[in-house]
Ligand binder design. Structure first.
Ligand SMILES: Cc1cc2nc3c(=O)[nH]c(=O)nc-3n(C[C@H](O)[C@H](O)[C@H](O)COP(=O)(O)O)c2cc1C
Length: 327
C-alpha cells in the first residue's frame, strides 16, 4: 500500500466537473495537488461498459476515486478496481444529500447508520488501498457536536488515516444539493475539536474556502484543505499551488504549451466523449479576463461543428494576446 498521507491541498470531487479531462488540466497546472474523481455509483463502476472512459487515470496521481454505495460486496469490488486503475486512494461519499442518492442508500443519509459506514470502509480496506471518507458534520438544521463525535468515534474503530469533512450539516429534505452547499452555516470548530481528539487521523477541511489566501491560513489549523467551487470556476489558480503549499522552486505559467499539452490529451478522446465535456475545463481560461466575449462566441460556434483544430488555434492566439492578464 502507498503510505503517503500528504493531502495539504485537495481539489474536491465534483460531479460533472472533475472528469478525467479536468483532472488532466489540473495536473498540468499543479504537480502536487491531491485530486478526486467525480462520485461514481458502485454499480456503474462495476457494470458500466464505459468504465474506462469514466475513471481513466492517465497518470493523474496523486488521485482518489470517489464512490457512492453501501453494499459491502460492491464496495470491495470497487476498491479492487481503484487499485487496478492505479488510484492512490478510494473515498466513500457520505456527504451527498441528493434525493437520487438517498434512494440508492448512499451519500449523506449514511450518517444515520454509523455502524454500516464503518463496515463499508472496512470492506473497502480489504483490497489494500488507502481508504477514506468524505462526510458532513451532521444531519438536519440543528448542529449537534455529540452526534458528530459519536459518528467519528465509530469510524475510528477501524484504522482510518484520512477523513475529509464538509463542515456543514446536510439537510436531506426540502433542499437541493446546490442549496446544501450554502445552508446551513459552516462550523469549522467541529473539525478542530475532533482533530484534537484523534491526532492519529488527518482531518482535511472542506467548505466555503473561497481564496488561496484563506486556504493558506487554514492549512496551519488542519491537516489539509479541500476546495471545490473556487477551482470549478477558476482552475487556472492551481498554477500557484505548488509553490505556495508545497514550497517548490518552479513557477508554472499559463502559456501556449499548456494549451498544446491539453489538446494532445483530448485529441485521443474525440468521438468517444462529447466535445462539451472535453472542452469545458479549458474554457474556464476566460474567467475574469475582460473582453474575451468574442473568443468565447467563436469557440462555441466551432464546438457545434466539432472543429477541434480551429478551437485549439483560437485558444493559442487568446493565450498569446492575454499572457500578462493570465499570469
Ligand atoms: C458541481 C458540484 C458537484 C459536486 N459533486 C460532488 C461529488 O460528486 N462528491 C462529493 O463528495 N461532493 C460533491 N460536491 C461537493 C464538493 O465536493 C464540496 O464538498 C462542496 O462544494 C463544498 O466545498 P466548496 O465550498 O469549496 O465548494 C459537489 C459540488 C459541486 C459544486
Amino acid at each position: 500500500m502507498k503510505e503517503n498521507y500528504d493531502r495539504r491541498f485537495c481539489v474536491a470531487p465534483m460531479m460533472g466537473y472533475t472528469t478525467p479531462y479536468a483532472r488532466k488540466l489540473y495536473r498540468i497546472l499543479s504537480k502536487k495537488s491531491f485530486l478526486f474523481t467525480e462520485m461514481i455509483a458502485c454499480k456503474s463502476l462495476i457494470y458500466s461498459k464505459k468504465k474506462d472512459l469514466i475513471i481513466e487515470n492517465d497518470n493523474h496521481n496523486p488521485v482518489a476515486l470517489q464512490v457512492g454505495g453501501s453494499d459491502i460486496e460492491d464496495l470491495k469490488k470497487c476498491s479492487q478496481i481503484a487499485r487496478d486503475y492505479n488510484y492512490d486512494e478510494i473515498n466513500l461519499n457520505v456527504g451527498c444529500p441528493s434525493k437520487a442518492v438517498q434512494k440508492g442508500s448512499f451519500g449523506a443519509c449514511l450518517m444515520k447508520d454509523k455502524v454500516l459506514v464503518r463496515n463499508c470502509l472496512e470492506s473497502m480496506q480489504s483490497s489494500n488501498i488507502i481508504t477514506t471518507m468524505k462526510c458532513r458534520i451532521g444531519l438536519g438544521q440543528k448542529l449537534n457536536y455529540d452526534f458528530f463525535e459519536e459518528f467519528i468515534d465509530e469510524i475510528s474503530k477501524i484504522e482510518i488515516k484520512i477523513i475529509y469533512i464538509h463542515a456543514r450539516n446536510a439537510i436531506l429534505n426540502g433542499f437541493s444539493p446546490s442549496q446544501n452547499r450554502s445552508v446551513p452555516k459552516l462550523d469549522y470548530s467541529f473539525v478542530k475539536r475532533i482533530r484534537s481528539k484523534y491526532p492519529q487521523i488527518n482531518f482535511v477541511l472542506n467548505g466555503g474556502i473561497d481564496s488561496l489566501e484563506m486556504a493558506y491560513k487554514l492549512i496551519n489549523e488542519f491537516d489539509g484543505v479541500m476546495l471545490g467551487r473556487l477551482i470549478q470556476n477558476n482552475p487556472f489558480i492551481l498554477k500557484k499551488v505548488d509553490r505556495l503549499f508545497y514550497d517548490t522552486d518552479y513557477d508554472i505559467s499559463v502559456n501556449e504549451e499548456i494549451i498544446s499539452k491539453y489538446f494532445d490529451y483530448i485529441n485521443k478522446k474525440i468521438n468517444k466523449d462529447s466535445i462539451y465535456r472535453l472542452m469545458s475545463p479549458l474554457l474556464q481560461i476566460f474567467f475574469g479576463i475582460p473582453n474575451s466575449k468574442n473568443f468565447k462566441l467563436k469557440i462555441h460556434e466551432h464546438m457545434q461543428s466539432g472543429r477541434v483544430k480551429v478551437i485549439r488555434d483560437l485558444l493559442l492566439s487568446f493565450v498569446e494576446k492575454n499572457k500578462l492578464l493570465l499570469n
